[in-house]
Design a protein. Structure first.
Length: 178
């Protein structure tokens, strides 16, 4: 059983990482959920936890990654955006968890959630950003990341336009040659 915690503003400059279901599911599909291990903890709001448990329960049990189920809190300013961006309950809960925290990062692959995050001045990153970050963090080589990027259409349910994925792969290859 997962530990559940209320998310509160941390006293220092610690970055609070809150996940929506997409990156947890997609990284697990790519056998790369362990890339989240260098975050002290990744908070997973209860509605997101339930969604991931339904689709990819193994994503929640990797011993290398500290995932903490967090109780949802609902924020009026975020509620106003829920209908405008047609946010699902998990995306909404994750945005609420991030709102008002000085140093927070939302992990999401959902375009509407990213737009809402931008409106709320919340930093948002997705599966592809986490894969690219793995190069900078020396978790994976650039060639390993390129290989994973190429596998996305076959191994992952991540929705990305093929042309955009090709551009990302080409840019990553160019950066390796610099």
């Amino acid at each position: 059983m997962a530990q559940t915690e209320n998310l509160v503003q941390l006293q220092d400059n610690t970055v609070v990482v809150v996940a929506d279901a997409g990156p947890l599911i997609h990284l697990d599909e790519l056998d790369s959920i362990w890339l989240l291990a260098d975050f002290n903890v990744v908070y997973v709001p209860e509605p997101v936890w339930l969604e991931v448990a339904y689709h990819r329960p193994g994503a929640l049990t990797n011993p290398e990654v500290s995932l903490l189920k967090s109780k949802p809190r609902f924020i009026e300013q975020v509620s106003a955006l829920r209908e405008m961006y047609a946010l699902h309950v998990g995306e909404y809960a994750a945005l609420c968890q991030c709102f008002g925290l000085t140093h927070s990062i939302l992990l999401t692959d959902d375009t509407a959630a990213r737009l809402a995050a931008k409106t709320l001045e919340i930093s948002a990153h997705g599966t592809i950003g986490l894969l690219i970050r793995a190069i900078r963090r020396h978790q994976l080589s650039g060639y390993q990341v390129i290989d994973l990027l190429k596998q996305i259409p076959e191994r992952s349910s991540l929705h990305i336009r093929p042309a955009l994925l090709r551009d990302i792969i080409q840019q990553t290859e160019r950066n390796l040659r610099l």
